[in-house]
Ligand binder design. Structure first.
Ligand code: 5GP
Ligand code: ZN
Length: 141
């Protein structure tokens, strides 16, 4: 298996593991954006987030919740954190084994969001409602 994250799960590649259970494993990012940058990954290989079973997807957030509390209780500087997931190359995903990032943030760390927001006037309520309908009609009740 050439997936580096599967190799970490199988102990075929080294990693600094912080947590493991039946469904997930979490370890430190090898090129952290901040001290304590953790990746939470499912033990099953899925390139994309939506390919995961929903229970597994939800579990990643449960694990991230535990880990963030541990980081906050530790000596690692953490005034806030970004929890993020890059889904697909266009969104910046480099390792095609879907994973959730936890990146502690501190004042003055120089990180910035890369998003460009539209003006509210570009999305009047009618347009927002159309988009919401487009999504909600495909969701199960
Ligand atoms: P992505 O850009 O796919 O959302 O994030 C991939 C992350 O995995 C990057 O932050 C990168 O530093 C990290 N990474 C890549 N290869 C390895 C590795 O072999 N071990 C660990 N621990 N992290 C890795
Ligand atoms: Zn994998």
């Amino acid at each position: 298996m050439s997936c580096i994250f599967c190799q970490i799960i199988n102990r075929e590649a080294p990693a600094s593991i912080v947590y493991e259970d039946d469904l997930a494993i979490a370890f430190l990012d090898i090129e952290p954006v901040s001290e304590g940058h953790v990746l939470v990954i499912p033990k099953s290989h899925h390139a994309r987030f939506a390919e995961m079973n929903p229970k597994t997807a939800g579990h990643l957030f449960e694990v991230a919740h535990k880990i963030l509390k541990a980081i906050q209780a530790s000596n690692i500087p953490c005034e806030g954190a970004n929890l993020f997931l890059t889904d697909g190359e266009i969104a910046g995903q480099e390792v095609m084994h879907s994973h959730l990032h936890i990146a502690p943030r501190i004042r003055g760390d120089k990180h910035r969001y890369g998003y460009v927001h539209a003006e509210q006037s570009d999305y009047p309520r009618e347009r927002l409602n159309q988009i919401a309908d487009e999504i909600s009609k495909l969701l199960n009740p």
